[in-house]
Design a protein around this ligand. Structure first.
Ligand SMILES: [Zn+2]
Length: 393
C-alpha cells in the first residue's frame, strides 16, 4: 500500500510506503509508481495522530438531548454539586456517551488519549467499569490511558483513598488528585493519600490544580517534592496549573525550574475563564507542556468537540501566540509532547513507525493550527478509518 505525495510536517515530500500496518519507507517523490494499491494525497500535509492529554469520557453527555448547565455558582465546588444533579438524570450509560465521544474524536484524528474517570464514595468504581468497556470496545483503534480521578476530593469524600487503590487494581493506569487545599483543605493529607497509592503501585499521578496565586504555587512545590521523594520523576503531571499564570513572571520562572527538575509536565486546555500558564516560559525552562480537551458537552462545560487542532488553536489564542514558532508549540502540545507524557513508545512519522497519520490541506503545522482544516483522511495501521471528517463504516 502506498500513500503518494505526502508533505511531512518539516516540509519534505514523500511517498509513504505501508506494509503490515507500519511505515516501511518514506520514499522520495521521484520514486517510480508501483503496482501496489495507491492513494494519492496530492501534496496534503500528513500529521502524526493527535493526542488528547486530558479528556473526561465518563462525563460527556454527547448523544443525549441538550442539558443546560445547572451550576448555581462559579466555584469548582458548585460545579461538583451541579454534576451530581445531572448524573442522577442521565438516560444513557457512560459507555454509550463515552463511545460517542471516542468515535467523534477518532474522526478528527485523535488516536491516543488520557481520560480522567470519576471515583468517589457515591459512584464507587461504576464509571471506571463503564470506561473500561469503552477502552475494550476501541482497543484496536485508539489507546486510552485512564486516571482514577477523585472528583469529590479525597478527604471530604471518605473512603475515596481506598477506592482509588481499588481502581488501580481494576485497570486504571494513574491516580489523580484535585486541589488539595481548595477542595480538601489539607495539602499533606491529600498528597499522602494519592502519592501513597502511586508509590504502592509504581504508577504516575495527574493532579487537577485550579487553585491560583501563591497557594497554587505552594501546592506545586509540594507536589514536586513528593514526586522526587517517591522517585516518580517524569511520571507526574499537573493539569490546569492556573496559578502559574496568576503570579509575577519571576515567581513563575522559579517554580518552572523546580517543576523541570522533578520532571513534572503541565497540561493546559486553553482555559476560557482562568489564567493560562506561561507556556513558552515553561518550555524555555525545560518543563514539558501538553494539551487536552478537558470537559466536552458535560455538566461542567457546554463547549468542546474533541478536535485537537481546534484545541491547539484555543490554546494558542489564549496564550496570545501569533508567530509560526509559537503555533508550532501549540501543535507540539497536541502531538509529540502529549505522546511523551503518555509514554507512547510507538509514535511518530518515521520509517519503521506505525502507519498512523492524519492528512489535511495545509502547508505547515502552524497553518493547520490556525485554520483547523477538515481531516481528509485518518489512517490507523495503514487503513483509512475516517474520510472528510467522518468515520468510514
Ligand atoms: Zn479535567
Amino acid at each position: 500500500m502506498r500513500y503518494a505525495n505526502a508533505r511531512l510536517p518539516k516540509g519534505s515530500q514523500h511517498h509513504i510506503e505501508v506494509e503490515g500496518g507500519r511505515i516501511a519507507a518514506l520514499l522520495p517523490i521521484s520514486a517510480p509508481p508501483t503496482g501496489k494499491d495507491t492513494i494519492d494525497l496530492g501534496g496534503a500535509l500528513v500529521l502524526p495522530p493527535l493526542v488528547d492529554g486530558h479528556i473526561h469520557l465518563d462525563k460527556t453527555l454527547l448523544g443525549l438531548p441538550w442539558v443546560p448547565n445547572q451550576a448555581t455558582g462559579n466555584r469548582v465546588a458548585d460545579r461538583i454539586e451541579a454534576e451530581r444533579k445531572v448524573r442522577a438524570s442521565r438516560t444513557l450509560p457512560e459507555t454509550e456517551t463515552g463511545s460517542n465521544l471516542v468515535r467523534q474524536i477518532m474522526a478528527s484524528g485523535t488516536l491516543h488519549m488520557r481520560t480522567h474517570v470519576d471515583v468517589d464514595n457515591q459512584l464507587g468504581l461504576r464509571n471506571l467499569h463503564e470506561i473500561l468497556k469503552v477502552r475494550e470496545r476501541f482497543r484496536d483503534l485508539v489507546t486510552i490511558e485512564i486516571v482514577a480521578f477523585p472528583q469529590s476530593g479525597v478527604l471530604r469524600s471518605p473512603g475515596t483513598a481506598e477506592l482509588l487503590d481499588a481502581a488501580i487494581r481494576e485497570g486504571a493506569d494513574l491516580v489523580g488528585g484535585l486541589d488539595p487545599v481548595g477542595i480538601d483543605g489539607d495539602l499533606d493529607g491529600h498528597l499522602d493519600a494519592i502519592f501513597g497509592v502511586a508509590e504502592k503501585h509504581g504508577i504516575g499521578v495527574d493532579i487537577h490544580l485550579h487553585d491560583g496565586g501563591e497557594s497554587g504555587i505552594a501546592q506545586m512545590l509540594a507536589i514536586a517534592q513528593r514526586s522526587e521523594a517517591a522517585g516518580l520523576q517524569g511520571k507526574v503531571a499537573i493539569s490546569h496549573a492556573f496559578a502559574l499564570g496568576s503570579v509575577p513572571t519571576d515567581s513563575a520562572a522559579r517554580t518552572a525550574d523546580v517543576l523541570a527538575k522533578a520532571r513534572i509536565a503541565i497540561m493546559s486546555h486553553g482555559p476560557g475563564g482562568a489564567t493560562i500558564p506561561p507556556l513558552k516560559l515553561l518550555k524555555e525552562h525545560g518543563v514539558e507542556v501538553f494539551g487536552g480537551s478537558d470537559n466536552i458537552r458535560d455538566a461542567w462545560s457546554p463547549f468542546g468537540n474533541g478536535d485537537m487542532l481546534d484545541r491547539a488553536m484555543m490554546i494558542a489564542y489564549r496564550a496570545n501566540f501569533r508567530h509560526d514558532h509559537e503555533l508550532a508549540l501549540a501543535f507540539e502540545m497536541v502531538t509529540d509532547a502529549g505522546a511523551r507524557v503518555l509514554g507512547l513508545a510507538d509514535y511518530g512519522l518515521k520509517a519503521g513507525g506505525p502507519a498512523d497519520f492524519v492528512a489535511v490541506e495545509a502547508e505547515t503545522p502552524a497553518e493547520a493550527v490556525a485554520t483547523r482544516p477538515r481531516r481528509k483522511l485518518v489512517v490507523k495501521a495503514g487503513r483509512v478509518i475516517a474520510r472528510d471528517g467522518a468515520l468510514v463504516p
